[in-house]
Design a protein around this ligand. Sequence first.
Ligand code: GLP
Length: 241
Amino acid sequence: MEVIILPTAKQVACYGADVCESLIKTKPAAVLGLATGSTPLALYKELIKYYQQQHISFSQITTFNLDEYVGVSASHSQSYHYYMKTQLFDFIDIDPGNTHIPHGDAVDVQQEAIRYEQLIHEKGGIDLQLLGIGRNGHIGFNEPTSSLNSITRVKALTNATKADNQRFFGLGEYQPTHAITMGIKTIMQARQVLLLATGTNKAQAVKAMIEGPVCAMCPASCLQLHQYATIVLDQQAASEL
Ligand code: GLP
């Protein structure tokens, strides 16, 4: 596990975008694993800039997102489908047919999870998986106590995660309690992993991930065992190390 500490969140985003850029330049048909949340937003802005400046093309790229809420349709403004469309896909030359996100509104969500995991393998696996980290150490929606050997499946969200997400859903609006998420094993099978964390509210989780034991109570700690994992932090997220 390589840990890189940079002065600002902006530099973290630029570093992450540069890693994506060099992969796309060396492998134009790469498979990217994408994350949502506020952390990767600035990275996606940088990638859009690189595309507009004609440094990179996404025309042969395939993407797999980490997760999606159960019971939330693709058109819902808080769905990860909507997030990816409005934060990245609408601004680059990616073929929508090559972008994959679990269908949270599938009739049989268990079956959907199995289909999704199989599809990742059929497409040759993930070259580079982007990750953020939850305040409780989750990656994707692999909440504390998730099996370190898990594959894509339906997971219940913890109260802490539901509370963190409450602000995105309107008063009285349906708030998801479950998500379809890649498993920890799915993430660990990516050939390269890049986790970004910024801000003091992530400092405790970052400490547990890097300095704590590898354990299911901090799912991100499994990255200590990955052959090619890079953790990029701003000074605030690194403040407890
Ligand atoms: C959600 C996502 C994670 C993300 C986390 C942190 O739970 N499923 O993939 O890493 O939020 O989000 P943020 O970057 O907004 O702090």
